[in-house]
Ligand binder design. Structure first.
Ligand code: PEP
Ligand code: MN
Length: 361
């Protein structure tokens, strides 16, 4: 997609690439990042100035001095800069230093008071504003933030999909839950939607697949964290990539002509896979609970000198489970096969308990 890098809100709907470090760390780092990215054709550089960090005593951004770096670097390169704003004061400073694009972070989108303050501070100013999805999977909150900015007169609005926090264990740092941004796109077809594979992935190795998926469902662009020396980055080190990796990525990604049909298909597919993941997690939890009872049973049998394997009980299990399966419209043999494996594991478990207890005595 290299040759397709374009500016946002252009008439031709080609994907835009916004790239740059998670945080501006020094003027040299920002200048070097800008030079390397500019060489790749990137026209919008991202850089966090004020960083919303989960824990205190971590790097919280350079703050306003970095705005002067941006102003100076812009004199030497044909690029625009995008930064995160979280307060009306950030907006005021960003405008004073000629920042080109603002974005609202995921932790800010959740707070309607703050979003309203930011919107009020932007009245009468037509700067592009991108709104990241809220941390929690709440489409209305995302919509609400976009509406507040729209009501304040912002016309160059866009949305950034950076994934959602989840209690579920996942390979992603933030669960993509693709159906939510796709629903936003269905509601507002004209609103540019940008994928943030870096914050969804959380690790470098997933960035390509998340980016490709975003393009497959017809996103308008990608925001990617790029650092000249990612391992040394002061924030989000694991997910940042080098400019060379970005170049490879841009050469690899395919811009397919996605139809709304295949976007819907992929969204539905994702939804169903999410459901299966959830059910499998419950299933595993239930098997674990069962094994805990088996442990207890093993101890009890041992204390009472009862043999582990009891043929009658085993026959009864196979019979009752087979019947329950049929009642639930599942094939008897399918459930019997599963129980053979479960029973084997239970016997193994009880045997090891019995042996352990014996040696301890
Ligand atoms: C960021 O873009 O570096 C950032 C803090 O993102 P988010 O608001 O998505 O957590
Ligand atoms: Mn980051």
């Amino acid at each position: 997609m290299r040759e397709r890098i374009e500016t946002l809100w252009s008439k031709e709907k080609t994907p835009i690439v916004i790239a740059g470090p998670c945080s501006a760390e020094s003027e040299e780092q920002l200048r070097l990042s800008t030079r390397m990215l500019n060489d790749l054709g990137v026209k919008v550089i991202r850089a966090g100035i004020w960083k919303p960090r989960t824990r205190p005593n971590t790097f919280e951004g350079i703050g306003s001095p970095a705005l002067q770096w941006i102003k100076d670097i812009k004199k030497d390169f044909d690029v625009q800069f995008a930064i995160e704003v979280a307060t009306a004061q950030h907006v005021e400073l960003a405008l004073k230093y000629g920042v080109d694009v603002l974005w609202i972070g995921a932790r800010t989108t959740v707070n309607p008071f703050t979003v309203q303050e930011i919107a009020d501070s932007l009245k009468g100013i037509d700067i592009p504003v991108l709104v990241k999805n809220p941390i929690n999977p709440d489409l209305a909150l995302w919509q609400g933030a976009l509406e507040r900015l729209s009501n304040a007169g912002i016309t160059k609005l866009g949305a950034i999909h950076r994934g959602f926090s989840s209690h579920r264990k996942s390979k992603y740092r933030n669960e993509p839950l693709w159906q939510i941004p796709i629903e936003l796109k269905r509601l507002y077809p004209e609103l540019p939607l940008i994928g943030d594979p870096s914050h969804i992935a959380g690790t470098r190795d997933l960035i390509e697949s998340v980016s490709q998926k975003a393009l497959d469902v017809n996103y308008d662009g990608l925001m990617i964290e790029v650092h000249p020396n990612p391992d040394k980055a002061l924030s989000d080190a694991k997910q940042q990539i080098t400019p060379a990796t970005l170049e490879h990525l841009l050469n690899t990604l395919q811009v397919r002509s996605a139809t709304s049909d295949n976007a819907l298909f992929l969204s539905k597919l994702e939804q169903l896979r999410d459901k299966i993941d959830e059910i499998d997690q419950e299933l595993i939890q239930i098997l674990r609970n069962r094994m805990e009872v088996v442990d207890e049973l093993g101890m009890y049998k041992k204390d009472n000198n009862v043999t582990i394997f009891q043929l009658n009980r085993w026959k009864e299990i196979m019979q009752s489970r087979g019947k329950w399966a049929e009642d639930a419209q599942l094939r008897r043999e399918f459930i019997e096969d599963i129980y053979k494996i479960i029973h084997e594991e239970s016997i193994k478990k009880q045997t090891s308990i019995s042996e352990a207890t014996t040696t301890n005595k």
